[in-house]
Write a protein that binds this ligand. Structure first.
Ligand SMILES: [Zn+2]
Length: 496
């Protein structure tokens, strides 16, 4: 048995000004890995592709990995990057194989295609019509029919933060292997609900997504090969953004349909619980400062989430609204993770550790989709540390995978230590802090450019959480986003 195993992952924020060339799918210095390098990067990690490799090895299959390409969320994928990645995969499949296993995101938009994954699957089907395809998808998939039509088995993450990528790979991979070995006949039903859940209300610690995902697992315990609810990625102005579901059964199309419809009805029933209410920033900052002042010493930081500017949702990671408010409030014993500003890092490297300097920090990227110019903040501080910004995740999310912040500096401004980075990463793993010599559990205030994933590695440290509505292209204020291509009516944009 010969399997083609590949990865193509990008969550596209169509409002993001951050460009997405091929280089973004690499580590910052080289393009995305292929062949043995791709296997070395993901074998043994907590990823879906890592699970595919394990299953293939256990089945004694011959494996070809044409490419493993994952990039942090940003604007539409450049056409030449997409053609490179998709081309590598289609070429490998065309060279001959018995099955295909793909670790995809599900919300990829390219300069040309609003459904990057569906287009890839369509090309593979056209190249090798009879070869079965198994797909692992992120929970933030915006599902198009082409994905369902051209795949044999789809499984999606059932946790947010996504701590079950590996398990999802196992579910998709096992369904496909069962088909290849003649043990099962995966049969899928899929559908969408006219609702656009706010990301800030999508976490699986919280209702209603907790119950939706529990019902998916229950269906799997009752015989589904895979059951998935995709909460969708709303900062994408495409026809099929929003919530969807896919159920795979063993040859029972009616049951797959019934279960899929049940999941969609359950989500629709609970739609009001997916709506996020924004608190004015001044109130959030005042509340965070009050909690920090009153809490017992050593009880862990008050976490401030700068959720409008999360690079794992396409944020520029350089807006200064929340950090500026924190500095204005006189925050002490505080850390901000992180500000993306490669130019500022270079200035700090030139000045050297220990140097004091004044910088126009952050705010380098304009956000035309919001009608906003970048707004740097002039700060004076001391360079505390410079490092290469490379670390390996401890987990539980994406355990074992290596992250690259690029040249990184720690800049102390008053009572706030600001991590300044040259490549995007979302802080969801303790190792990111250890890489810059920080112990977050000893802080009073911790500002994170994150929405939900920070919970994976850091929630247990937090004394309290305060969600801070700053500035950025992953805003939860739908009124700030112009939806032109999204199908309507759509809850909660329209009265339904
Ligand atoms: Zn996701």
């Amino acid at each position: 048995m010969k399997l083609v195993i590949a990865q193509m992952k990008h969550e596209t924020n169509t409002y993001s000004p951050v460009p997405t060339p091929l280089a973004r799918f690499g580590d910052g210095t080289s393009p995305p890995p292929e062949g043995a390098a791709a296997i070395a990067a993901y074998r043994g990690t907590g990823s879906a592709i890592g699970a595919f490799l394990e299953l293939a090895e256990a089945a004694g299959a011959e494996v070809v990995v044409p490419i493993a390409a994952a990039a942090w969320p940003s604007g539409p994928v450049h056409d030449d990057a997409y053609e490179h990645i998709a081309g590598r995969i289609v070429d490998a499949v065309r060279a001959g194989c018995d099955g295909v296993l793909l670790d995809l995101h599900g919300a990829m938009v390219t300069q040309t295609h609003d459904d990057g994954e569906g287009e890839l699957l369509r090309r593979i089907r056209a190249a090798v019509p009879g070869v079965p395809i198994g797909v692992a998808l992120d929970m933030h998939t915006n599902l198009y029919d082409a994905m369902g039509e051209h795949a044999d088995a789809i499984a999606g993450y059932q946790t947010y933060p996504h701590v079950d990528m590996h398990g999802t790979g196992l579910r998709a991979g096992r369904a496909l292997l069962a088909k290849l070995q003649g043990h099962a006949n995966p049969t899928m039903a899929w559908g969408r609900a006219a609702m656009l859940p706010h990301v800030m209300r999508q976490g699986t610690d919280d209702s209603p997504n907790r119950e939706l995902q529990a019902r998916c697992r229950e269906m799997e315990a009752q015989g589904a090969l895979a059951a998935s609810v995709f909460v969708g990625f709303p900062n994408a102005d495409i026809l099929n953004a929003g919530l969807s579901a896919v159920v795979v059964t063993d040859g029972d199309a009616a049951l797959a349909r019934r279960w899929c419809d049940e999941l969609l009805a359950m989500a629709w029933e609970q739609r009001a619980k997916f709506v996020y209410t924004i608190e004015p920033l001044a109130d959030s900052i005042a509340r965070a400062m009050r909690i920090a002042a009153d809490k017992p010493a050593g009880s862990g930081p008050v976490v401030l989430l700068d959720h409008s500017d999360n690079c794992a949702s396409g944020g520029t990671m350089d807006t200064m609204t929340v950090l500026g408010a924190l500095l204005d409030a006189g925050a002490r014993n505080a850390v901000a993770f992180a500000v993306y500003d490669p130019g500022a890092v270079q200035r700090m490297i030139a000045a050297g550790v220990g140097a004091e300097l004044t910088l126009a920090l952050g705010g380098k990227l304009d956000m035309p989709s919001l009608g906003l110019k970048g707004a740097p903040r002039t700060v004076t501080g001391r360079v505390r540390l410079i490092c290469d910004g490379r670390y390996r995740n401890r987990g539980p999310m994406a355990a074992g995978e290596t992250n690259h912040m690029g040249p990184t500096a720690l800049f102390e401004v008053g009572g706030v230590q600001i991590v300044v980075i040259s490549q995007h990463v979302e802080p969801h793993d303790l190792a990111a802090f250890q890489a810059v010599g920080l112990a977050p559990e000893r802080l009073d205030l911790l500002m994170l450019k994150s929405r939900v994933h920070w919970r994976a590695g850091l929630k247990s440290l937090a004394h309290a959480v305060v969600e801070c509505a700053g500035t950025g292209v992953c805003t939860s204020d739908y009124d700030a986003l112009a939806f032109r291509k999204l199908r309507r009516p759509m809850y909660p944009l329209d009265p339904m």
